[in-house]
Design a protein around this ligand. Structure first.
Ligand SMILES: [Ca+2]
Ligand SMILES: [Ca+2]
Length: 280
């Protein structure tokens, strides 16, 4: 082999090595779209995020965030502004806390993505429609509360996937529901009503049902069934695929805890995407 041929061969090897390194570098650093549930006006808890079209839980996503990520802040009905997030840190109540500058007291969720996370908005519906009362009653019956009066506190209608068919979210809670103690018949629930293959189906997204009461006004500290209240927080496209996810807020005053569950729709059914909470 001549010196000229050796030089050409070495040049080809160098070019190939550069191409491999460049490709590996691109693969190792895809864009990360983190999502933060705002716990205070200045920051909140990392729910997770999407990367290269895949959802990653907070624990896996946190180490990829270096701070300086740009977030779009949303309330439950509108885009608010941009803000910059810190690297997740342990705030003592949750290991993945993110501060945002500037903060905004109206903000419910912060999403590090340039897309419009609210392409469709929910409409408030009447809470006295018989069909929704019947749906909530059916769920209560299935959970052992046959005689509990149905008290709906919120009905929202929204097209989650953008397929032209609205979904309905119902939040119901017994009127005497106490978040610090409970008695027989108390409940709190959030359900999704959705058309699946021509039939309306009801899915329970969060529920707390007290078939038995407690002998004392306040349950024991170690009681496993502390009362947990549920409510619909809002609808945002947290991963940029064009479909809205459902955010359900939960709170347990006895444990000084609260958090957020996020569901997306897969194959016509709700699937828990993220669940993050904090002890206050
Ligand atoms: Ca739909
Ligand atoms: Ca989505």
């Amino acid at each position: 082999m001549s010196w000229r041929e050796i030089a050409i061969l070495l040049a080809l090897i160098w070019l190939l090595a550069c191409a491999v390194c460049f490709g590996a570098g691109r693969k190792a650093n895809p864009e990360v779209h983190s999502v933060v549930w705002m716990e205070t006006e200045r920051g909140g808890i990392l729910l997770g995020g999407s990367m290269a079209g895949r959802w990653l839980p907070a624990a896996r996503l946190a180490r990829r965030l270096r701070g300086g990520e740009r977030y779009r802040l949303y309330s439950d009905h509108a885009y608010l502004r941009e803000a910059v997030g810190t690297k997740p840190y342990d705030a003592g109540m949750n290991p993945f806390f993110v501060d945002l500058r500037p903060g905004d007291e109206r903000c419910s969720i912060a999403i590090a993505g340039s897309w419009n996370a609210m392409p469709r908005k929910a409409k408030t519906q009447s809470i006295i429609q018989k069909i929704y009362i019947a749906a909530a009653r059916d769920v209560l019956r299935r959970h052992g509360l046959r005689r509990a009066p149905v008290h709906i506190k919120k009905v929202l209608r929204v097209d989650l996937e953008g397929d032209g068919r609205d979904e309905v979210l119902i939040a119901a809670e017994s009127q005497d529901y106490e978040h610090v103690w409970y008695k027989k018949g108390q409940y709190s629930l959030v359900i999704l009503r959705k058309l699946v293959k021509g039939n309306i189906r009801t899915f329970l997204l969060g529920g707390d049902f007290h078939v038995r009461g407690t002998p004392a006004p306040k349950p024991r500290e170690d009681a496993p069934d502390w009362p947990v209240g549920y409510d619909v927080d809002g609808f945002w496209d947290v991963d940029g695929d064009g479909a809205l996810e459902i955010a359900v807020h939960w709170s347990c005053q006895l444990a000084d805890a609260g958090g957020e569950k996020v569901f997306n729709i897969k194959s016509g059914k709700p699937r828990l995407l993220a669940d993050a909470g904090v002890r206050l």
